[in-house]
Ligand binder design. Structure first.
Ligand SMILES: NC(=O)c1ccc[n+]([C@@H]2O[C@H](COP(=O)([O-])OP(=O)(O)OC[C@H]3O[C@@H](n4cnc5c(N)ncnc54)[C@H](O)[C@@H]3O)[C@@H](O)[C@H]2O)c1
Length: 320
């Protein structure tokens, strides 16, 4: 798809981060946008920002409350998009919504593991199924599924478990790669891309814990796990008060958003350029390109501490 003007894009997780920036850049290029999210407030802000970038006359940006892990809500979202945009077809589907969490089979509750997996993988699967008939009715279409570097490297370093998110992101990558052939055979006017971002400056840490734990503050069980993790990293965590731990967590979320090598706006630009160039594989950020090369060079060593340490040093990643 060479031009987004006059098209309709559906974005899941349009409330903040890359979803918000995709919405803004698409609207600025004359593309109608329908987004869903679990936060009405965040979507209202995205819509305000789209309009602030001077919404061309007649352009529609609509917001829809829907949890992508719940098929009933995804289907209701699809029906609302058809009704509010008065159309039977869409051109672009960005399966972007995602959260982190449910890291360990041993120390995290099963509900959190499955919630993460069901959003990151289930959301992509259910939304693709729901919107496929509307993509089929368009003259051209593109499905953009957001995986991660954790879709080809299932780790955040040797001191952290990362099972639910990695399993889901590998699924998104495998699904999208298999979809290339399925679309060629059955709906050749629809293309697809898998997006694999490195570290992007967004609110994913804070949002994920709001979605998994329902609040801003660490729960007592999370404090216990955070203490254990810090202790494993050589920090005398037993001496930290709950308030100090809370502050450390907030500082980590702030650093993740503000000190990232790639901004959400730059990530959205890279994704949209990749779609226009019809690339099925879109790596986002120098760190993602670098990690992709490193894993290919040394697949067997990819989960060793030395691999992570030298990679993290080279790209400036800090996971603490
Ligand atoms: N930020 C990074 O470093 C990074 C790296 C690789 C991949 N990703 C992926 O990029 C995508 C976008 O993440 P982001 O970093 O912009 O995060 P973000 O938290 O800023 O944005 C994600 C949005 O999705 C929404 N969301 C979460 N669960 C939802 C659900 N069940 N239903 C509907 N909406 C839901 C959130 O409310 C939020 O508005 C995610 O799939 C994430 O896994 C992010």
């Amino acid at each position: 798809m060479k031009d987004f003007s006059g098209k309709l894009a559906v974005i899941t997780g349009g409330g903040t981060g890359m979803g918000r920036e995709l919405a803004r850049q698409l609207a600025a290029q004359g593309c109608d946008v329908a987004m869903c999210d679990v936060s009405a407030e965040a979507m209202a802000e995205t819509k305000r920002l789209c309009a602030g970038d001077r919404l061309p006359q007649g352009l529609r940006v609509t917001t829809h409350l829907a949890d992508v892990a719940d098929e009933r809500q995804v289907l209701a979202f699809r029906d609302e998009v058809a009704a509010r945009h008065e159309t039977d077809h869409i051109h672009l589907l960005f399966n972007n919504a995602g959260i982190g969490g449910g890291n360990s089979l041993f120390t995290d509750p099963r509900e959190k593991w499955e919630r993460t997996f069901n959003i990151c993988w289930g959301g992509v699967y259910l939304s693709t199924r729901a919107f496929l008939p509307m993509l089929q009715k368009a003259t051209e279409g593109h499905i953009v599924n957001t995986s991660s570097v954790n879709g080809f490297w299932a780790s955040l370093g040797p001191g952290l478990s990362h099972t639910a998110y990695s399993a889901a992101k590998f699924a998104v990558k495998g699904f999208t790669e298999a979809l290339i052939t399925d679309l060629r055979l059955n709906a050749p006017h629809i293309k697809c891309s898998v997006v694999m971002p490195g570290h992007i400056g967004t609110e994913i840490l804070a949002n994920s814990r709001k979605i998994l734990s329902g609040g801003e503050r660490l729960t007592p069980a999370e404090m216990e796990r955070a203490r254990a993790r810090l202790a494993a990293a050589g920090v005398d965590a037993a001496r930290l008060s709950d308030e100090e731990l809370q502050r450390k967590w907030a500082e980590r979320a702030r650093r993740f958003a503000e000190d990232a090598p790639t901004s959400a706006a730059d990530a959205a630009r890279i994704i949209l350029d990749g779609v226009k160039a019809e690339r099925w594989r879109i790596l986002v950020g120098e760190d993602a390109h670098h990690l992709d090369e490193r894993v290919r060079q040394d697949p067997e060593g990819a989960y060793d501490a030395a691999f992570f340490e030298s990679f993290a040093r080279e790209v400036g990643w800090r996971v603490a």
